[in-house]
Design a protein around this ligand. Structure first.
Ligand code: PMP
Length: 390
């Protein structure tokens, strides 16, 4: 075998969504609910027909103008004021985040994240060889006061200050928590005071089951310190791979210069324009909310029945349920035993960029049928009882 000289990038790759043992109930995947996927796409594809040439050419690096305008309209509902020049279209919001890291961070720089944070974001950040300043999270969300204390100490010690903060303020992945308005304001204040950029990743914002809508951090940003990362993955279909970054026009241009993909997929962008212009997307979002609320309730009821020892907090939206097992429980071992019983969940390991407490698990209720949720958690309960006897 040839000994290749690979780059020193410390990434851990997750499994593919479709990579499950046959017959296994996949509670580890935040993929879209399949029954909600196909119809809207077929119709929208037909509507793209007359625009054959545009859809089959390279798209402009910044994205189709029509889509950038539609995205501005879409986020205006969240109180975000943006013009075309503030919008960069990307291959999903993950790639928008990657561009933000390329734009702001050198290897060895520090990025602020929650403890735990989105596991794929950790993967992306590791490919940039950044260090993590991890900040706690409680039922109010991001612990901005912990960050304030840590930043003050770093400044006092003349340490290199963080350049970027990554957070998912609405229905956080993995914890499901939503950050309060007061905390959001404090995060913004700190970004302005210490001059770092906030990447506000908000894929689940519209998938709200109950509770009051909280203004996005971007909607309160008057100084350009916030880059809002958006996507159609959760409100239409992840396979379209259409997302965006919204920010200060100068920042957005610099991010576009980091794009090495020749511009995002014109065909998919045109489909998204069609869907955003029709009432199809709004209808689709309502359907998703309807199904996901049922899925969440089913999963919470199943936990109460089969694994009452786990501490859970009902998320008010989004796709995920996060559970704390009693101290000293071995979540990694529970995942293995779960697979033996025919259910797949995720341990918290990949979500903690620094130290993994070892006793957290994440379940997604998005991908599977409601009956499988009940069965899946019942199987997890069996695995849990086996773990107690080991
Ligand atoms: N951010 C978070 C927090 C997510 O959970 C997901 C989906 N798993 C995404 C972004 C979606 O990324 P993309 O737009 O690249 O599909």
């Amino acid at each position: 075998m040839t000994e290749f000289r690979f780059a020193r990038r410390s990434a851990i790759l997750g499994k593919s969504v479709f990579d499950h043992a046959p017959g296994t109930i996949a509670l580890n995947s935040g993929a879209a609910y399949p029954p909600c996927l196909p119809d809207v796409v077929r119709e929208a594809t037909e509507a793209v027909g007359p625009l054959r040439e545009e859809a089959m050419q390279y798209a402009p690096l910044m994205g189709l103008d029509d889509l950038r305008d539609e995205i501005c309209n879409f986020v205006a509902e969240d109180g975000i004021k943006a013009n075309r020049e503030n919008v960069l279209v990307t291959y999903g919001s993950k790639s928008a985040f990657d561009l933000a890291l390329r734009t702001f961070c050198e290897p060895g720089d520090t990025v602020i994240v929650t403890r735990p944070t989105y596991m794929t974001a950790v993967h992306i950040m590791r490919t940039h060889n950044v260090r993590f300043l991890d900040i706690g999270q409680d039922e109010q969300g991001f612990d901005a006061e912990e960050l304030a204390r840590k930043l003050a100490i770093m400044e006092n010690n003349a340490e290199q200050m963080p350049k970027l903060l990554f957070d998912v303020p609405d229905f956080h992945n993995p914890t499901g928590v939503t950050t309060s308005l007061a905390r959001r304001k404090r995060m913004l204040e700190l970004a302005q005071r210490y001059n770092f950029v906030i990447c506000e990743d908000d894929p689940y914002r519209r998938i709200r089951f109950e509770g009051e809508v909280i203004p996005s951090i971007k909607s309160m940003d008057t100084t350009g310190h916030v880059i809002s990362l958006g996507t159609v993955s959760k409100i239409l279909a992840p396979g379209l791979r259409v997302g965006w970054a919204i920010g200060d026009a100068g920042v957005i241009r610099r991010m576009a210069m980091q794009k090495a993909d020749g511009g995002s997929n014109a065909f998919a962008q045109r489909i998204v324009v069609q869907l955003m212009r029709s009432n199809k997307m709004a209808k689709h979002i309502d359907e998703m909310i309807h199904h996901m609320r049922i899925h969440r309730d089913e999963m919470i009821a199943a936990f109460a029945e089969h694994l009452p020892e786990a501490e859970i907090r009902a998320p008010q939206g989004g796709y995920f349920l996060w559970a704390k097992l009693p101290e000293e429980s071995d979540a990694e071992r529970l995942v293995e035993l779960g697979i033996e019983e025919g259910v797949e969940i995720s341990s918290g390991r990949l979500s903690f960029p620094n130290d993994d407490p070892g006793n957290f698990i994440r379940m997604a209720y998005s991908f599977i049928e409601v009956d499988d949720i009940k069965d899946g958690i019942a199987k997890l309960g069996v695995a849990w009882r086996k773990l107690q006897t080991q």
